[in-house]
Ligand binder design. Structure first.
Ligand code: SAH
Length: 355
């Protein structure tokens, strides 16, 4: 048993069954034993890898998209260049390299990272040592100025609550102890909310729906700032429109594992429900598209060609081609990952997205 196993069992014995959201929060961010606090094995060699770790092209294209959006909104002289959940800092580093020659952009950019784990902050500091970077732990710390935001695989780490339909009412799925083993059960009292009520029309007895209050809160705050001060947000993650079913998953060493085992040693995520992002937004929202469509529209084929032509040898050439495939092919990340953008009402929609 891991230290977190003991901590979570003790809490359940004391307070009763636990919400999935509290379980996720503790497993990922417990101040001592949380997955992201304990120096997670991250990247190509680690538990899981992400698009910016696969190829520099991902960050370069998003960087140019952000730069174009900044220019389309009159190139404001002071803005937050904000990343949510920056991991190893690779994405921000690629964004900054790709935008180096955009006149005035770096001078105007107040590079800001929202990161909950000090361990990850240290890694980001190391990767971004050539830049002046600020960390925040909540969006309330942002100044009143435009925000140009990127979030890749951030929302999938935010806690979700799960509800199970029983007849025509919903019960919350909770984690409790049965015969000294952690297991899932249902809250005794039926749960109601306008959202759960609307989901009676597209679900059946026994179906699970997931709700992320944290996602709604972050999107609400970002979108209000974008509407008031200008800017945009590019959000990329795996998931879909109106998710249904249990999508909570644990991954360690590139393998799925049991979410109730090895607590704190596996990454714990859930599919992102893009409809919940769109409906919590207080600014304009683009259509959701696939990562494949976004990257193709931003010119990934052309960029791949350029890198292949300038590759020093066959190995490098094959690396670029295989990265292109991993990012865009439907059997890889191309269609499982989706993208959406937020921008001001009546303002220009960021390049690569469709309003
Ligand atoms: N965007 C990166 C890393 C994704 S992993 C990439 O594409 O490679 C998720 C990141 O979000 C990690 O840095 C993790 O520490 C951070 N994180 C997770 N939950 C968070 C929260 N509630 N608030 C802020 N950061 C969080």
């Amino acid at each position: 048993m891991t230290p977190l196993d003991h901590i979570i069992r003790e809490r359940i014995e004391l307070d009763g069954p636990m919400r999935v959201s509290d379980f996720m929060q503790i497993c990922l961010l417990h101040p001592e034993h949380g997955y992201y606090v304990k120096n997670p094995a991250f990247g190509v060699q680690g538990d899981f890898t992400t698009a910016p770790e696969i190829s520099q092209m991902f960050g370069e294209l998003l960087g140019l998209c952000l730069a174009q959006a900044w220019m389309d909104q009159g190139a404001p002289a002071d803005f937050h260049l904000l990343e949510l959940g920056p991991g190893r800092g690779t994405l921000m580093s690629d964004i900054l390299r790709a935008t180096r020659s955009v006149p005035g952009l770096h001078r105007a950019a107040d590079i800001t990272l929202l990161e909950a784990s000090e361990t990850m902050q240290k890694r980001q500091q190391h990767t971004l040592s050539g830049y002046q970077v600020k960390w925040i732990s909540s969006l309330g710390e942002l100044a009143e100025k435009p925000i140009f935001v990127v979030a890749n695989e951030f929302f999938d780490a935010l806690p979700i609550r799960q509800y199970v339909r029983v007849g025509d009412v919903w019960h919350e799925r909770l984690i409790g102890l049965q015969d000294d083993e952690l297991g899932f059960g249902l809250s005794p009292i039926a749960q109601t909310s306008d959202y759960l009520q609307t989901r009676l029309s597209d679900t059946q007895d026994g179906d699970i729906v997931e709700v992320s209050e944290a996602t709604q809160s972050v999107t609400g705050q970002l979108s209000k700032r974008i509407q008031t001060h200008g800017g945009c947000a590019l959000i990329i993650d795996y998931g879909g429109w109106t998710s249904k079913g249990d999508t909570l998953q644990a991954v360690a060493d590139h393998q799925y594992s049991n979410v109730l085992h090895a607590l704190g040693d596996a990454d714990l995520t859930a599919h992102v429900d893009f409809e919940q992002i769109a409906s919590a937004s207080r600014c304009q929202v683009s259509n959701m598209c696939t990562q494949q469509d976004l990257l193709e529209r931003l010119g990934i084929s052309h960029r791949t060609q350029t890198l292949v032509t300038s590759a020093a040898n066959e190995v490098q050439k094959n690396d670029v081609i295989s990265a292109y495939r991993r990012l865009t092919h439907e059997k890889e990340m191309g269609t499982l990952f989706k993208a959406i953008s937020l921008f001001p009402q009546n303002g220009p929609c960021p390049a690569g997205f469709e309003a």
